[in-house]
Design a protein around this ligand. Structure first.
Ligand SMILES: [Zn+2]
Length: 89
C-alpha cells in the first residue's frame, strides 16, 4: 500500500483508490469506453461481461467499478470535466 499522503479526512474509505483505477485515470479513453460498454441489462447483469454461454456477471461488475473509480480520480485530479473529448455519440 502507499503511505498516507494527502489526508483524505475522516472515514475516507470511499477514497481508497484502486491502483488499477489510478493508472486507468490517466487513460480517459479506456475508462470512458468501459463505462459505455459495461452497463446493466434488463436482468441487472453486465452487458459487456455477459458472455454467451455463461450465467452472466451481476452489475456493477469489477471493470465498471474500476472505471468509475478512475473517472472520479480523473476529475478529482484537476480536470475540469470539460475535456474536449470526441463527442461522438
Ligand atoms: Zn462488465
Amino acid at each position: 500500500m502507499h503511505p498516507d499522503e494527502g489526508a483524505v479526512g475522516e472515514d475516507g474509505a470511499d477514497r481508497t483508490a484502486n491502483p488499477i483505477a489510478v493508472t486507468m485515470s490517466g487513460m480517459p479513453e479506456v475508462w470512458q469506453g468501459l463505462l459505455e460498454a459495461h452497463i446493466p441489462d434488463d436482468h441487472g447483469r453486465c452487458s459487456a461481461c455477459n458472455n454467451a454461454g455463461t450465467a452472466g456477471v451481476p452489475w456493477p461488475c469489477t471493470l465498471q467499478v474500476i472505471a468509475e473509480s478512475a473517472r472520479g480520480i480523473f476529475y478529482a485530479s484537476g480536470h475540469s470535466g470539460q475535456a474536449s473529448c470526441h463527442l461522438a455519440s
